[in-house]
Ligand binder design. Sequence first.
Ligand code: MLT
Length: 206
Amino acid sequence: MPSVNLDFIHRFVPAPAGGAAGPALLLLHGTGGDENDLLSLGAALAPGAPLLSPRGKVLENGMPRFFRRLREGVFDPREVEARAHELADFVLAAREMYPLGGKPIAVGLSNGANIAAALLLLRPEVLGGAILFRPMVALQPATLPDLQGVRVFVGAGRRDPIVAPAQTEQLRQLLERAGAEVEVHWVEAGHGLTSADLAAAQQWLS
Ligand code: MLT
C-alpha cells in the first residue's frame, strides 16, 4: 500500500450508514474560508454524499487560500501548478484512507473553483467532475489533458466585479477544447453565491 500522507488540515464527513454513497464531493473554499465553510453547501447539493473538505495551505493576510496570487486576479502559473499537484496528491491519498466512492466531484468557490479548474487541467485522473462557482482562468497548460466524459458546471454572476464575462467564456473554451462537457449557468448576482446558484447546481448534479 502506498504511504498515505494527508497533509492538509481537512474534514471528512462519511456517507450515513446504509445511505446511497455516490461519489464524494471535494469542497474547496474561497479566500478566507476554511474546511468548515462549504460543508452545509455540500450537504445541500448532494444529501448523503461523503464530503472531503481541505483547508488551503497558503495564508494571505491570515486568510487561507489554495495558492498565492500576485494581486487580485493576477496569478503565477508556476505557483498554481505546484499547488494543484500538492492538492491532487492529497486527494489521491485521501482515497486510500476514506470511502470516497470513486473520483470525487469538486465543488469550488472563487479561489477554490480556480484550484479545481487547475486540478482538471493538470491532473485529470483525480476528479470525476466539477462544480465551479465564479471561476477565472488561473492557468493555461501548454498541453491539454483528455477530459472526454468529464462534466463541469460553471456558475457565473452577471454582475461579478472580479470575474469578467470574457474570463468565464475563456475557461469554458479551454475546458471544452480538452473535451469536457461544460454547462455555464449565469445568475443575476455578483461574486457571492446565491440560492439560484445552488438550485442550478443541484439540478445539474441530479
Ligand atoms: C478570490 O478572491 O479568491 C479570487 O477571486 C480568486 C482567486 O484569487 O483565486
